[in-house]
Design a protein around this ligand. Structure first.
Ligand SMILES: Cc1cc2nc3c(=O)[nH]c(=O)nc-3n(C[C@H](O)[C@H](O)[C@H](O)COP(=O)(O)O)c2cc1C
Length: 203
């Protein structure tokens, strides 16, 4: 096994793909074509549900499945008024990985995702919350710094990584996001204990 494959092993095992690189969900951008292209290339595509209705998400997942037989995830915004219906749509399609984004997961959401047999990933903006998520049965964390595109917290990726990876990096897979644009930086986060990375605008 190459050194890179070894460093990415936990992430590739968790995601079920060839390289432990998630393509971060981008609302109204991460749709069937981008997601299937990423997954077909060996990465891990993630549909951005954003403000989609359950009916639109249903159609988007079905269309993505028609374009790839590789694993992909769905990113759901926690403040969506129909979050539980969206989780049910993912369950209907047996989506393997659900990313809960945009705040604390609503009551019952983590349990509903796990009951459907999917893995759940949450964003951890601080060590205390990361520990809380680990205790709540979240399967993996994403730590996303202020360099990232979209709306995120004030702390830099490198600061969050140094705070959270040494504490929890062995306990559960952690993916690092925000401002990662070169392979050297991916390698350095893997060396620090990350399971993989999530890229979007900076790639
Ligand atoms: C246009 C745009 C839309 C985004 N939409 C979402 C979203 O719907 N849900 C989410 O969790 N993250 C969203 N993000 C964040 C990305 O998934 C990703 O974590 C982040 O952009 C990574 O940092 P990078 O852009 O520096 O690579 C968005 C980012 C961009 C640039």
């Amino acid at each position: 096994m190459s050194k890179l494959a070894h460093l990415m092993h936990r992430g590739t095992e968790f995601l079920g793909c060839e390289v432990a690189i998630m393509c971060g969900a981008m609302s109204w951008v991460s749709e069937r074509n981008l997601v299937s292209a990423i997954s077909n290339a060996g990465g891990f595509g993630v549909i951005a549900c954003g403000a989609m209705t359950p009916e639109l998400l249903d159609a988007e997942i079905a269309a993505t499945k028609a374009l790839t037989d590789k694993p992909f995830g769905v990113n759901l915004i926690t403040m969506h008024p129909q979050i539980m219906e969206l989780i049910a749509v993912c369950a209907k399609h047996q989506v393997s990985h659900i990313v809960l984004a945009g705040g604390l997961p609503p009551k019952g959401s983590i349990e509903a995702i796990k009951a459907a047999g999917a893995k759940v990933l949450c964003f951890a903006p601080a060590l205390t919350l990361a520990k809380k998520f680990a205790r709540s049965g979240v399967d993996a964390l994403i730590i996303e710094g202020s360099e990232a595109g979209g709306h995120i917290g004030p702390v830099a990726t490198s600061v969050l990584a140094q705070e959270i990876l040494p504490e929890l990096g062995e306990q559960l897979p952690i993916f690092v996001a925000g401002g990662i644009a070169r392979g050297g930086l991916i390698a350095s986060y893997l060396e620090m204990g990350a399971a993989g990375v999530q890229l979007a605008e900076s790639r």
